[in-house]
Design a protein around this ligand. Structure first.
Ligand SMILES: [Zn+2]
Length: 226
């Protein structure tokens, strides 16, 4: 009787210690902080190790639990890293993809007037576009892809009836020689998506002396609060 009772008490004590250690491990602030975002995963792992604890000492259980938990956190932070990298490469791919879009993509996406100007190099009649007389402060983005192209601080009244700028924003536009309509002009296109924007001439005001003559249909204006 003594022996069997002694064994059962000892078993009970080991079990109780193991349970307490597990509880301590699960609820300790260090674990909670480390495994903040992986609470569910850590909890699952701890449950697995509690099965082991009935067969081994309390100390072993505690060590096992620590190792498993830190591995879980490491694995999770690696996953976060790789998903961040994936997001970056995805946005780069999207920027490249827009240049490869075919004519039917743009035809279905764009308003017919915007499509004719930006994809068929049509020119909107002077004094008819929505921005030639716009004097608001803000940014002019590509109407096809949303890339920032011009800023209102570079806009000037050219008297031509088209929005006119002395310079683009950064390296956002490309130039192409255009010999259509019996003229020798420099066509301006969106560097990101290839949309036709207008033409650039050497008769602009200072400091650049350039006049970027742009169709309103190629632009989307976003006003800034003064
Ligand atoms: Zn564009």
């Amino acid at each position: 009787m003594m022996t069997s009772e002694g064994v059962s008490v000892a078993n009970f004590k080991i079990l109780a210690i193991a349970m307490m250690l597990l509880f301590a491990a699960n609820s300790s602030s260090a674990f909670a902080a480390d495994a903040n975002s992986t609470a569910k995963k850590v909890e699952t792992k701890s449950t697995t190790s509690s099965k082991t604890s009935t067969n081994s000492s309390g100390a072993t259980t505690s060590k096992t639990s620590t190792t498993i938990s830190s591995k879980t956190v490491d694995a999770n932070s690696k996953t976060a890293d790789s998903s961040a990298k994936a997001a970056t490469s995805e946005s780069k791919t999207k920027t490249k993809d827009v240049a490869k879009k075919n004519d039917s993509y743009w035809k279905s996406k764009l308003d017919p007037n915007v499509y004719n100007v930006t994809r068929c190099s049509a020119t909107e009649p002077a004094f008819t576009g929505k921005y030639w007389n716009n004097h608001e402060t803000g940014e002019y983005k590509c109407s096809n892809c949303g890339e920032l192209l011009f800023d209102s601080q570079d806009k000037f009244d050219s008297g031509s009836g088209w929005p006119s700028f002395t310079k683009p924003q950064g390296q956002s536009v490309d130039k192409k020689s255009d010999r259509s309509h019996g003229m020798n002009r420099d066509e301006v296109i969106c560097k990101n998506c290839g949309a036709h924007l207008g033409h650039v001439f050497d008769d602009g005001p200072g400091p650049t002396g350039k006049r970027y003559c742009i169709n309103s249909a190629s632009l989307d204006f976003k006003g800034k609060k003064k």
